[in-house]
Write a protein that binds this ligand. Sequence first.
Ligand code: MG
Ligand code: MG
Length: 254
Amino acid sequence: MSSQRIDRKSRHEISLIRSAARINAETHVTVQNAIAPGVSTQELNDLAEAYILKSGGIPTFKGLYGFPATLCISVNDEVVHGLPNPQRILKEGDVVSIDCGTTYKGMVSDSAVTWGVGTISLELERLLKATEEGLLAGIAQMCPGNYLEDISGAIEDVCLHYGYGMVRNYGGHGVGRKPHEAPFIHNFRTGERGPRLEEGNVLAIEPMFNLGGDDVYTAEDEWTVITKDHLPSAHFEHTVVVTKGEPEILTLLP
Ligand code: MG
Ligand code: MG
């Protein structure tokens, strides 16, 4: 990774990303409220799309690189980029990752949450908690003067502490004017500290932890990323801005 500076957003751009992020967060709440055994992933997608449009936003992912839906919905051993499907019915005990992007007045936000469907096992509860903890540990490093790899290292440490598999092929990214901007953010140390963080950097931080091993593959649908050992995976993501003080998580509901 180059040590080039990371793009800094203006105050105005950040306020638009904040608006996009608020719609994104509210969309997650709308989806969360509908998650239950017997519900299809298509229904969740359609609720999200309606909510974003009603709120004056645009579903960022629909059409992005040819992706056909508003949400990426990934169930159990699916890691990311799962396709909503009316035949895919959620069952008690599943875990379902919802990844949502919203564009508002040209600016983009991106966030993801993994939910349990009904009651889930303690083993899965622990996986979800650990992955969210990894996300928050990464975000806590988003202070001016820190290096990009401080984020990666903090996430890696949480993953190692719990002994989970680490998805290595996917990671965080700059976000704002485009859905995916430089830099790519590994969820583990690579030995390159990368650029220093500066006020106004906006990053999507997104660890993916696996109950089993690290390895994943892409399904025949050419989208869905699945764990090789078919053990469950969790994914949490926020869009965050570096400020003079504490990092501001834009995709949290106030
Ligand atoms: Mg995302
Ligand atoms: Mg992302």
